[in-house]
Design a protein around this ligand. Structure first.
Ligand code: HEC
Ligand code: HEC
Length: 145
């Protein structure tokens, strides 16, 4: 057993060396910002979420979330987003109300509570900061409100 383990360790070490050499030799590998992968890149200021709503880039885009979400739990029992965004709380919390599409079940019936199909908000909505894109792209928004 011991010798099998030793052999395996030796084989793994040899593999790591070979992989290491191959990796170091490939100078064509670059990061998204165009730097060599082993070259440290200075980050100039981390963009903050500034709580201002974003315009929408196309019809039916789920709006981007302008605030942090890491403190808000969503699981089968709890959804803390509703504490501010459900119609029953939004006025008081000064938050945008969920649109009525979020209260339609899959057969199109209007419900009083959020539809199950809209429970997991981050399936469709993602947090975003107002930051420069990492790589250039040619996307042109077709619609802004
Ligand atoms: C403490 C209250 C609060 C909680 C909890 C909260 N939000 Fe918000 N949210 C806000 C407020 C206030 C705004 C609007 C900011 C503004 O208008 O400047 C907002 C904006 C948004 C928007 C943008 C809407 C638009 O039309 O642009 C989305 C999407 C959103 N929140 C999703 C979420 C999700 C998903 C969660 C849970 C992970 C969540 N929020 C939890 C208060 C909250
Ligand atoms: C299946 C995708 C999906 C899920 C899940 C979902 N949304 Fe949305 N949401 C959208 C789309 C698409 C829109 C824009 C069109 C519309 O209003 O229906 C929207 C609009 C919104 C708006 C803006 C309403 C307005 O009138 O400006 C808020 C706020 C929002 N969603 C919050 C949430 C929260 C909070 C959850 C979770 C409880 C959630 N959404 C779940 C897709 C989704």
């Amino acid at each position: 057993m011991k010798s099998v383990l030793k052999l395996a360790t030796a084989a793994f070490a040899a593999l790591a060396v070979v992989a290491g050499v191959a990796f170091a030799q490939d100078a064509s590998l670059q990061t998204l910002r165009g730097a060599q992968i082993d070259e440290p890149v200075t980050v100039v200021g981390v963009p903050k979420q500034d709580k201002k709503r974003f315009g929408r880039a196309y019809r039916h885009q789920p709006p981007l979330i302008p605030h942090a979400v890491d403190q808000y739990q969503i699981d089968t029992n709890a959804n803390q987003c509703l504490g501010c965004h459900d119609w029953s709380n939004a006025g008081e919390r000064n938050a945008p109300t969920l649109s009525m599409t979020h209260y339609l079940d899959r057969d199109g019936r209007q419900l009083d509570e959020i539809a199950g199909t809209r429970w997991f908000c981050n399936q469709c909505h993602v947090p975003q900061a107002d930051a420069e894109p990492l790589v250039d792209n040619t996307f042109v928004p077709s619609f802004t409100r």
